[in-house]
Design a protein around this ligand. Structure first.
Ligand SMILES: *Cc1c(COP(=O)(O)O)cnc(C)c1O
Length: 495
């Protein structure tokens, strides 16, 4: 059955998957959502016999219905290859009573690789299918991990260019080093004087600038987005939840049809939305546990029904979740409003204006599958230390937010269902915070001394992504004010 994509903000004509991927964002500023969520057409047992790439195909074919089998399989082959340091792609580790789904075995050691290693191929295939001649310019705001993963995915890809904006003082030293050492003539990395939300808002404004779009088209360019609002990122993220379930089943940890919970450390709401879609495809997921750091807008939203971004922005040790506007939540809002674009548009206008909105009781009632909570900085650090000391497993700060929230969930509900925690980054990406949590004596060491120390402690070899940047030269040193982002884009494209 063909799946078409609607905008969350108007009742305009739906588009095909390849068109939604190309556009990224709808012309009216809305996000693309599938008209219906397709059901899995393979049994859980059949899926349990498949490898990652096969599972990915079974999931993605149901959403990207205008791709041929050959096209989709070719994209999958190119994405999930030796860029990943394990053939399992997303291995599962059992530690301290939970299953950690390690989503950080790709080239930039964060879960963004799961989708961004395939997005360039989906995008190029979409361009070909739609007879697009323009060069595709990827414009991205990053809270740290998307940037590098997108750069790695698009660098050197024929017919594309990529511009990444990141908050100059809002990412970890290793995240920044990873980005500013990026090679490739078609790449540009810019630090902005503002936070992630400023970067994201700036990018959205450039996207919706009709005049600029027209000028670009005349010069042979068009924008697309690698942000998690692109449906071409969301769909590949659904695959690993199905794969996680299949792995548990294959390993005899659960019986077929047994309900599991999923905990997701959340920022822009993309990863957990993918888990929600997986559940709606028929995957036996019970609770979707949404874990926030001190920027706990989502926790407050799930507990009160009011989304309110009017608060202090807190810089935490889990910077990829330092977000006050969770863009992908719009897709859930649209859905619980009964796929009502007008209602959603009204709420998003309120968010843009007063910075907040309140959902109706009826909408709130549809959020029963979600449980929201948050972990403070102290709780996050304590969790890293405890899991290391009790189980010998070292997790990163983002994953630790999830693990801490999972403990709160168990204490609150007494639910004992088997639980998968999305492990979204390698501890090597946030070495200083991780090592400080384990013992403050590490504080005097340099970043790379810490890397070696962590390797000993965790008994894990230093990932290639880290080895690479030890000596790599800085190739990008551009910075700009938030209101100059558009000028930077023009300059890069020579328009
Ligand atoms: C991006 C990111 C998150 C948040 O994911 P969302 O899809 O934005 O909710 C969590 N952890 C890490 C390490 C990330 O890079």
């Amino acid at each position: 059955m063909e799946v078409l994509y609607y905008s969350t903000r108007s009742k305009s004509e739906p588009v095909k998957a390849s068109e939604a991927i190309l556009k990224g964002l709808s012309d009216d500023g809305g996000l693309f959502v599938p008209a219906q969520i397709p059901a899995l057409d393979k049994s859980l047992k059949e899926l349990a016999a498949m490898d990652y790439k096969q599972v990915a195909y079974e999931v993605m074919k149901l959403f990207l219905t205008d791709f041929t089998e050959e096209e989709l399989k070719s994209c999958i082959e190119k994405a999930y290859d030796e860029k990943f340091d394990t053939e399992e792609i997303a291995p599962m580790v059992e530690a301290c009573g939970a299953y950690y789904l390690e989503l950080f075995h790709g080239s930039t050691i964060a879960f963004k690789d799961m989708a961004l290693s395939i997005l360039p191929h989906l995008l190029i295939t979409s361009a070909r299918k739609n007879k697009i001649q323009n060069k595709i310019v990827i414009l991205t705001a990053t809270s740290g991990d998307t940037g590098k993963a997108a750069l790695a995915g698009f660098a050197g890809v024929e017919g594309t260019g990529i511009i990444v904006f990141y908050p100059k003082d809002g990412v970890s030293p290793i995240q920044e080093k990873q980005m500013v050492t990026q090679k490739g003539d078609n790449t540009l990395v810019v630090g902005i004087h503002g936070n992630f939300d400023d970067a994201q808002t700036g990018v959205k404004m450039i996207f919706s600038d009709k005049e600029l779009a027209k000028e670009m088209d005349e010069k042979g360019f068009q924008f697309s987005s690698a942000n998690s609002i692109n449906i071409g990122r969301l769909v590949p993220q659904i695959c690993y939840y199905v794969y996680a379930y299949a792995t548990l089943l294959k390993e005899g940890k659960i019986s077929e049809g047994e309900t599991i919970n999923v905990v997701v450390p959340t920022g822009n709401f993309g990863n957990i939305l993918a888990a929600f879609y997986a559940k709606n495809m028929g995957l036996p997921i019970g609770k979707l546990i949404c874990a926030s750091n001190d920027n706990k807008v989502l926790y407050d939203f799930f507990s009160t029904g009011t989304y309110d971004r009017n608060r202090e922005f807190v810089l935490t040790t889990s910077p990829s979740m330092d977000i006050l506007i969770s863009s992908n939540l719009e897709r859930l809002i649209y859905r619980i409003a009964g796929n009502d674009a007008d209602k959603n548009k009204e709420l998003m206008a309120a968010l843009g204006g007063q910075g907040k909105y309140e959902i109706t009781e009826e909408m709130k009632a549809q959020l029963v599958d979600f449980y929201g909570n948050y972990a403070s900085e102290a709780e996050t650090a304590k969790t890293i230390k405890k899991i290391y000391e009790d189980c010998g497993y070292v997790i990163d700060t983002h994953t630790a937010v999830a693990a801490a929230v999972y403990e709160k969930y168990k204490a609150d509900t007494k639910d004992t269902a088997k639980t998968v925690i999305a492990s979204t980054a390698s501890p090597f990406k946030f070495t200083r915070s991780v090592m400080n949590a384990i013992d403050t004596k590490y504080d005097t060491m340099s970043d790379f001394e810490l890397v070696d120390e962590l390797s000993k402690l965790a008994n894990v070899t230093v990932p290639q992504a880290i080895e690479e940047i030890r000596t790599a030269p800085v190739l990008h040193d551009k910075q700009c004010d938030v209101d100059k982002m558009k000028d930077v884009v023009r300059e890069f494209l020579h328009i």
